[in-house]
Structures are given as C-alpha cells and as structure tokens.
Ligand binder design. Structure first.
Ligand SMILES: [Zn+2]
Length: 131
C-alpha cells in the first residue's frame, strides 16, 4: 500500500475488504464452503473504529490508545494506524476463537493457498501479511 492511497472497499459474502483482494477472499470463502466451513467475520475497520477498538481492549488513556504495546491489550490490538484492518487486508473470522475450531483448522490447512496468513497470537486474525 502507498501511504495516503485511497482505499477502495468491496464486500465478499458480507465481509468488507480492500477491493484489491476480493478475488482471493471470494475463492477462499467458496473453497471453505465446499469443505463444510462457513467463513464470516469482519474485515475493514476505519481509523476511528480502530481507535474505539483500542479504547475497548487497551484502556482509555492516551498511552493505552496510541502507545501501549499491542500484546498488552486484551485481546491484542494493533496501534491506530498500524492495523491491517485499516487498509482492508485483514479479516477477523467468527467461530475461529480457538485453534481447535473447525474454522481455524480449515484456515491453517488452506488459507496460504489464497495468500492469507495467521497472526499467531490471534487464531481468528488472518491477513495478506500475517500481521
Ligand atoms: Zn484482527
């Protein structure tokens, strides 16, 4: 992504993502469905929504929202301006809260075929970079 580049959004089966990755997300959702796993969840998050998520998960002080390490939040949450959700390149999948879930097991076996990678600290969080 080029900083400042406008982000064009698109929806794939109710998941809002960067329009540049709709093809791979649609293919992954379709393949998962064929395997009996329905992938749903949340993709794009506006910068304002990222700040609200930090407030909810990390605390309300300036330090908590803008500076605290992501790992100190529950659940871990990227600092404003550094989340792949803010550019529409990450998806938090529902029903993927644990590594034992059918969702996680399917993604662990197949997501890389669609250039999607897991953030190890968050079983539900998958992105084009693994961050
Ligand atoms: Zn996430």
């Amino acid at each position: 992504m080029v900083p400042g580049e406008p982000i064009v959004l698109a929806s794939v089966d109710g998941i809002t993502v960067n329009a540049r990755i709709t093809g791979q997300v649609a293919a992954m959702v379709t393949a998962a469905g064929a395997g009996g796993v329905r992938l749903t969840g949340g993709g794009y998050r506006s910068p304002a929504a990222q700040i609200e998520t930090r407030r909810a998960n990390c605390g309300s002080s300036y330090y908590a929202i803008y500076e605290m390490p992501p790992s100190a939040c529950r659940p871990p949450t990227a600092r404003p301006g550094s989340s792949q959700h803010e550019v529409g390149l990450a998806i938090d999948f529902a029903n993927c809260q644990s590594r034992g879930s059918a969702c996680y097991r399917w993604l662990a076996a197949n997501a890389s075929k669609f250039s999607f990678y897991n953030l190890p600290s968050e079983p539900w969080h998958w992105s084009t970079t693994g961050r």
